[in-house]
Design a protein around this ligand. Structure first.
Ligand code: IMP
Ligand code: MG
Length: 179
């Protein structure tokens, strides 16, 4: 792994594909244990969460889960705009179901907080949050992820689904903005 450049900014290696893979397997096992017999609906928050959701869903193959997608947008460049727009919804009936929101990263918590409020109107039995990355120092909303891949400091990262203006999602490893 070496440095990569996007929009004139330099990013350095931070979390390797191997570490990500191993951690997702552990989360998949935890979910399999916790959700035995529940047939949960994995709700992947596009665009960023698609590689994580794909791996996590398959790491929990023992529980007969389903996967659905929703598309939200709150970030412009390297900063959260604070306003969350829903670009694509999910038509599944959520009533009485265990819903696992699958996010790439919880930063301010605005996106998840907003999404949970909307989902609750559809009367799921329970809502859980699985996020590959979590920046606890950036949190502004009372949000508590149930499954966290990695806790990281308040720094801007890219790769494995995470983007800079829609670029870099294809990187297999995660990179952090160089100081
Ligand atoms: P929040 O609403 O502030 O929690 O931000 C959630 C969304 O912002 C995530 O789902 C990401 O799409 C995006 N985001 C937050 N931090 C980063 C980052 O460090 N790199 C890339 N995208 C990020
Ligand atoms: Mg996201």
């Amino acid at each position: 792994m070496k440095e990569v450049k996007y929009e004139g900014m330099t990013f350095v290696p931070y979390i390797s594909r191997e570490e990500i893979e191993a951690r997702i397997k552990e989360l998949g096992n935890e979910i399999t244990r916790d959700c035995a017999g529940k047939e949960p609906l994995f709700l992947c928050v596009l665009n960023g969460a698609f590689p994580f959701a794909s791996d996590l869903f398959r790491a929990a193959e023992g529980i007969d889960g389903e996967i659905a997608f929703i598309r939200l947008k709150s970030y412009e460049g390297t900063a959260s705009t604070g306003n969350v727009r829903q670009m694509m919804g999910c038509e599944k009936d959520l009533e009485g179901r265990t819903v696992i929101i699958v996010e790439d990263i919880v930063d301010t918590g605005n996106t998840i907080h907003n999404l949970i409020a909307t989902l609750k109107e559809r009367k799921p039995a329970e809502i859980k949050i699985a996020t590959l990355l979590f920046k606890p120092e950036a949190l502004e909303k009372p949000v508590k992820p149930d499954y966290v891949g990695f806790c990281i400091p308040k720094k801007f990262i890219i790769g494995f689904g995470l983007d800079i203006n829609d670029k870099a999602r294809d990187l297999n490893d995660i990179y952090v903005l160089k100081d």
